[in-house]
Design a binder for this molecule. Structure first.
Ligand SMILES: Nc1nc2c(c(=O)[nH]1)N[C@H]1C(S)=C(S)[C@@H](COP(=O)(O)O)O[C@H]1N2
Ligand SMILES: [Mo]
Length: 541
């Protein structure tokens, strides 16, 4: 029995064990249990500042590809580490198996039987990974797609992981011994039948084939599960935009823009879900959804916009939300002195924070309805926060915990380095006509309609102006729909181009406080862009 042969056997057994473990993780994922496949990415992302994050995203072709790359490389990495672990095991067991052991735990018994666990393999391949996993991923363990409370979710994640590494260890040990039966040091000792081992043991090649087949079957199962998960994943809708000629005052739920950090969004089971209020409060409490709908509801139109929404983009939408003011729960809980911020936790382990003052405003809601129906899953069922005037990321979906904290608390994207300013600047966008539209003078019989949106955070919109000459002269557009102070306004204007040429069209809005939309030089690069949306229209003969 050569060293190389043992190492090869270890590699194969480790590979098959890692594949089985990965398949088990995918199976757990279909049940809503968090596994390293996704939470490693969540854990790492806070260490990537927005600059490198955006350039990485650009390089791999967008957020969806970045997520796929994250999961894919975790799977690949885990299988490589598993195979190397197998080789390591082979080397170590060569030395530990040198002496025949007392008791029933000899190689002969393990030829087909499930080998009894050994302390050293359990330590290296089960206990050690669990300890590393628990320490390294502690902040993200409380993730649950079905909406378990954070503490419970953390325990479930750990148990799930423990089962996976146990499966790895058992498969590795059993697989390796299976390969090694009858060879060299692993030869059956004191066979009662007193016949050469070879006569009743298939060759190592055959046994490798058997183990390899098991590995392939597991890969097949893993791929089937991965396809199922892929269909449930957020790739098909994450980044959905709402813009152009389809824009109406209220965005229909299925067209509402969507941004999520998740590979698979939560689908909360209302029977396991609750909302927890804790931290710097006198009376920590938990609430069920049926208790929350008992509070006096507020119904309010509010526009949300993502911090990453560029001037021409559609990561902005408007809906009528129904819920209760967050303040009602905070008042019941009794906020203690020293409290300065409120940290909001989603069941997907997403967090963000808002100033306590903002949390106490009557328009900061815990919303359970969107446009007259319960929140759709992708928009945060059963409960999300609505924070008017703040970027979308503060509007935490799938809310499960409200934690009153001191001034230093940071959220998911905040920890990456987004901000420091999260209050939306006044924005406006031209939705019609399209950028680079060609207009033929001879075919223009009526004025061209120009229209779009204007959004002033929680300050409302008082005026919208349009320029057809790159900002040299401005004329008022008509605000034909106003959503009030917390929502966007829709505007339109008529335009009759007089001559051929390229026309740069610009729009600018004035908010309800009288401040004119402009490029803000002092706004940091990761606090959202400011400035004016420009399109070009070419007028031909
Ligand atoms: N729990 C949770 N809440 C979240 C997010 C998330 O990934 N998880 N994404 C945030 C971001 S960045 C934005 S822009 C808004 C988008 O809300 P929408 O998808 O309902 O439009 O949700 C925010 N709330
Ligand atoms: Mo966002």
């Amino acid at each position: 029995m050569t060293r190389t042969k043992a190492i090869s056997a270890g590699l194969l057994a480790g590979f098959v064990a890692a594949v089985l473990m990965t398949t088990a993780m995918l199976l757990l994922a279909t049940l809503g249990v968090a596994t390293p496949l996704v939470i490693i990415g969540d854990r790492l992302s806070v260490f990537i500042p927005p600059g490198p994050f955006l350039s990485l995203m650009g390089k791999v072709g967008g957020y969806n590809h970045l997520k796929q790359l994250g999961v894919g490389s975790t799977i690949a990495g885990q299988i490589v580490v598993g195979a190397i672990g197998g080789a390591l095991y082979a080397l170590l067991s060569r030395s530990t198996e040198e002496q025949p052991r007392a008791g029933g735990n000899t190689i002969r018994d393990s030829r087909i039987a499930w080998s009894a666990p050994a302390i050293w393999t359990m330590s290296i391949f089960v206990v050690l990974p669990i300890v590393i996993f628990a320490i390294a991923l502690w902040p993200v363990l409380g993730t649950s797609s079905i909406g378990l409370p954070i503490q419970v979710a953390r325990l479930v994640t750990l148990i799930g992981f423990a089962l996976c590494v146990l499966l790895f260890e058992r498969t590795l040990v059993t697989g390796f011994r299976f390969l090694m039966v009858g060879t060299g040091r692993w030869a059956v000792r004191g066979s009662q039948r007193d016949v050469p081992t070879k006569e009743f043991t298939p060759s190592i090649g055959r046994r490798a084939f058997v183990l390899g087949t098991i590995g392939l079957a597991a890969i097949g199962g893993g791929i089937a599960l991965a396809r199922k998960l892929y269909r449930a994943a957020t790739f098909s809708y994450d980044g959905t935009q709402y813009k152009g000629s389809i824009v109406q005052p209220i965005t229909p739920n299925d067209l509402f823009y969507c941004v999520t950090k998740n590979v698979i969004d939560p689908k909360v089971n209302i029977d396991v879900w609750h909302l927890e209020i804790g931290g710097l409060v006198q009376n920590p409490a938990t609430w069920r959804l049926q208790d929350l709908v008992g509070f006096k509801p507020t119904t309010q139109e509010t526009t949300l916009m993502c911090i990453s929404n560029s001037l021409e983009a559609g990561l902005i939408s408007n809906a009528v939300w129904k819920g209760l003011p967050l303040r009602d729960l905070l008042d019941q809980a009794g906020v203690l002195s020293g409290a300065a911020r409120v940290r909001l936790h989603g069941v997907d382990n997403y967090t963000d924070t808002i100033p306590l003052e903002k949390a106490m405003e009557p328009s900061t809601l815990l919303a359970y309805e969107m446009n007259g129906v319960p929140l759709p899953d992708r928009h945060g069922y059963p409960l999300r926060v609505i924070v008017p005037g703040y970027f979308g990321e503060k509007n935490v979906k799938w809310l499960t915990k409200v934690e009153v904290t001191d001034a230093n608390a940071k959220g998911f994207y905040e920890a990456q380095g987004w901000g420091p300013d999260f209050i939306v600047p006044t924005r406006s966008r031209i939705d019609v006509p399209d950028d680079w539209m060609f207009v033929s003078l001879s075919k223009v019989t009526a004025p061209i309609e120009v229209k779009g949106i204007a959004f002033g955070g929680d300050r409302g919109i008082s005026r919208v102006e349009i320029s057809f000459d790159d900002g040299q002269t401005w004329s008022d557009a008509e605000i034909y729909y106003s959503g009030g102070n917390l929502a966007w306004s829709l505007w339109k204007a008529q335009w009759t181009p007089a001559a051929m040429g390229d026309y740069p069209l610009l729009v600018r809005a004035t908010d309800g406080e009288g401040d004119l939309q402009e490029f803000e030089e002092d706004r940091g690069p990761f606090s959202g862009v400011s400035g004016l949306h420009r399109i070009n229209v070419r007028v031909t003969a």
